[in-house]
Design a protein around this ligand. Structure first.
Ligand code: FAD
Length: 475
């Protein structure tokens, strides 16, 4: 379990006033009722404490906050959309929250360089929409896209539903503007694809979860807007068959396979039971499903999709499939996928693992991990789903039906240990896309290469010698 750091002393009224003066009283939140939403997150897994939330509106204000925090050794926690799933954005010990949401300007959209330069508080969906209006495509896509910010996406190196074709957040950023712990501003807002002038510094801050600097703006890559989109829901017998279908899809459609999501039947069951208006995607029930999407800026992909599915059926891999015939049907398919974590809630407690293993090992991993958790807690209900094409499975486990929720959740650590042990045996990762944050900091010290840990600590000490940036997270 993570060590609880000592609770920090309250800010003196004088220091609070100095911080407030930087952003103006209107944007220095001290009312506990207004602070409350910044202290907890959707799942209510963490409850933070803080007496001050600062809402800067410019990079210069962020820089002034960091400078004062560094001079006065005041711990700060950067926060974007507060959708993170590892407690990284929560002020667990009374730190000052620096909310970046007012940094919400798109500074430039360049359709010739195919870049968009935006501030870190811009909501992901807004970037997608602005790109689309300019006949371009920004591919990062995840369930929280309506409220997460690009600063949070970059700081967690978010993955999401299109990483298979377009990569993770790190692959989509060319340049960054970052405020360092001492208030200096690193201007690496380059639009250049080719720039071999020394170390790639901006990459350090991607995936650093706010522990090395505060991202204030980014230059992101844009792509041609897809003209052809084909989405299919496929019923199959096993994850092994799903993997074979992925092979067929990639041989027929290459990089046009944008998403390849695996779902077990129990997930469909939960969604149909608890999701208003959600219906099973296929007439009959199957043990496993794949939600597959092909996209291309060029010609129609309908024949390609049909070829993939026919080959799958001929080879005995695909039992049944439905191709979305309209935008509404495509949305209905994706609603099922995105609703799974919500559908688990009425089923009681759910212990979660955001893990990755080599793609080829996913079926074996699923079999072993499912057997191991049921042996640990008889009657528990594995509900593993996610980005099969990336080897990234959200190995969620629902409590036994009717069991005591708290008693089940008390076994969180034991179950993590069992599942992560199997993940590591396959050369996998205990955090595929959500990060380390507060949740997995202690565990990281046991599983990460010791030299890598040493380098991480050296970087932290160099860039944040006073330890003011998101203390108690990651490292
Ligand atoms: P926050 O939660 O506010 O912060 C996350 C971390 O980044 C914290 O450590 C914080 O300190 C730091 N941070 C935030 N902004 C900055 C900044 N400007 N500079 C420096 N540090 C900063 N994640 C995936 O990867 N893939 C998914 O498919 C996915 N699906 C999700 C679905 C749902 C329904 C939910 C609730 C979450 C999902 N997530 C997913 C997790 C989450 O949405 C991502 O981690 C997201 O990138 C966080 O963005 P945010 O703006 O909410 O960041």
């Amino acid at each position: 379990m993570n060590k609880i750091e000592p609770v920090l002393p309250d800010l003196s009224p004088e220091l609070l006033q100095r911080f407030a003066a930087i952003v103006g009283d209107k944007y220095a939140v001290t009312d506990p009722n207004e602070i409350a939403p910044y202290l907890t997150e959707e799942r209510m897994l963490y409850q933070g404490r803080s007496s001050l939330v600062l809402r800067p509106g410019t990079t210069a204000e962020v820089a002034a906050i960091c400078k004062l925090a560094n001079q006065t050794r005041t711990a700060i926690v950067p926060q974007g959309g507060n959708t993170g799933l590892v407690g990284g954005q929560t002020p667990h010990n009374g730190e000052v929250v620096v909310s970046l949401r007012r940094l919400d300007r798109i500074r430039d959209l360049d359709t010739q360089s195919n870049t968009v330069t935006c501030e870190s508080g811009v909501v992901l969906q807004t970037i997608q929409e602005r790109a689309s209006e300019a006949d371009r495509f920004f591919p990062l896509s995840l369930g929280a896209e309506g409220s997460c910010t690009i600063g949070g996406n970059l700081s967690t190196n978010a993955g999401g539903n299109t990483a298979l074709a377009f990569g993770v957040a790190r692959d989509l950023v060319i340049g960054l503007e970052v405020v360092l712990a001492d208030g200096r501003i690193l201007n690496a807002l380059s639009k250049l694809k080719k720039d071999n002038t020394g170390y790639n510094l901006h990459n350090l801050f991607v995936g650093a979860e706010g522990t090395l600097g505060i991202i204030t703006a980014a230059v992101l890559k844009l792509f041609p807007k897809p003209r052809a989109v084909e989405t299919a829901f496929v019923g199959l017998k096993s994850p092994q068959d799903a993997l074979a279908l992925l092979g067929i899809a990639r041989s027929e459609a290459s990089n046009s396979v944008t998403s390849f999501e695996l779902l077990p039947d129990i997930a469909i069951d939960f969604c149909v039971r608890h999701g208003e208006g959600i219906r099973a995607p296929l007439q009959e029930r199957h043990s496993w499903y794949v939600l597959m999407e092909l996209t291309s800026p060029g010609a129609s992909l309908s024949e390609t999709m049909e070829t993939i599915l026919s080959r799958g059926m001929e080879e005995g891999i695909v039992d049944d499939a439905a191709i979305a015939a309209s935008l509404d049907q495509r949305r209905a398919f994706w609603t099922i996928r995105d609703f799974i974590p919500h559908a688990q809630k009425p089923e009681g407690g759910s212990i979660k693992h955001d893990v990755s293993v080599p793609v080829a090992s996913v079926p074996e991993f699923l079999a072993k991990a499912s057997a191991a958790v049921v042996a640990l807690i008889p009657g528990c209900r594995p509900c593993p789903f996610g980005h099969l094409g990336d080897g990234n499975i959200h190995f969620n486990v629902s409590q036994p039906a009717g069991a005591d929720k708290d008693a089940f959740l008390d076994r969180w650590h034991d179950m993590n240990e069992v599942v992560h042990g199997i993940v590591l045996a396959y050369g996998g990762s205990i955090s595929a896309e959500h990060g380390i944050g507060f949740m997995k900091r202690e565990e990281l010290t046991h599983v990460k290469d010791p030299v890598a840990l040493e380098l991480m600590r050296t970087l932290k000490a160099t860039l944040d010698p006073n330890g003011i940036l998101n203390p108690g997270k990651v490292i």
